[in-house]
Design a protein around this ligand. Sequence first.
Ligand code: E4P
Length: 272
Amino acid sequence: MKIFIDSADLDEIQQGYAWDVLDGVTTNPSLLKQAVEKRAKKGEKVQLKDYISRILKVAKGTPVSLEVTEVTADRMIAEAKRLYQLFNPIAGNVYIKIPVNPALDPQESTHFDGIRAIRELTSAGIPVNTTLIFTPEQALLAAKAGAKFLSPFAGRIDDDIRKKANIAFGKLDYFPAGGMEVEGTLLEDNGIFSGVDLVEKCVQIVEQYGFKAEVLAASLRNPRQVREAALVGAHIGTLPFTVLQNMLKHHKTYEGMALFTADVVPEYAQLR
Ligand code: E4P
């Protein structure tokens, strides 16, 4: 599974790339806002164009997703083209994130605007990462429209399933891939039993029909969920910096290190 960092924090992105295990970056408007505010708090005046350009250069050779903020097809297409023309020349690695359905509420008539935008941008040679996918059928339509990446939001589905069942939880809490049973009933959202189940079903559709798209497991909250996304065949997982760090932690690893370092024969370190 390819590993992307889900962050717009330049320090985190630089550190992650220094480890040489990253294959890309995903940003969204909320992550960008957090990153800019963090720098502003430290008294730094952030020039957004320069800041994004620096991210693109650090990630050179790997995709960086930048999200549109408009909510109708024509405006998203215009914004996507503007962003692509402005930023892609810097390192040639821009992907545009388009919501699968940009309507802000069910009464709006713009449900197909995301699909239209994906089709038009793809035809213009602009690679698209489809975001905010919560059902396999949304993924199917985005794949048919030509999206390169399909981003099911695993963590947010788990949140939603727990919320609807009035189960208290913390954002980073593990949710079983096989689903959660309450009083003998498996909780679900329209036949989806967990975020990992959603990812698995998206992968199944992509592979069964030979779509060129890659499933990018998004909204991953903890290492075990990353493991499960990898096991169900997600092509990519995008992870917050802390999840990346936590993937290396195990108490037996620390204990083993303490034992090995205590046992070093002094001459061993001197061997030449
Ligand atoms: C990735 O593309 C998404 O923007 C991100 O994974 C969302 O994660 P969250 O649900 O933890 O905010």
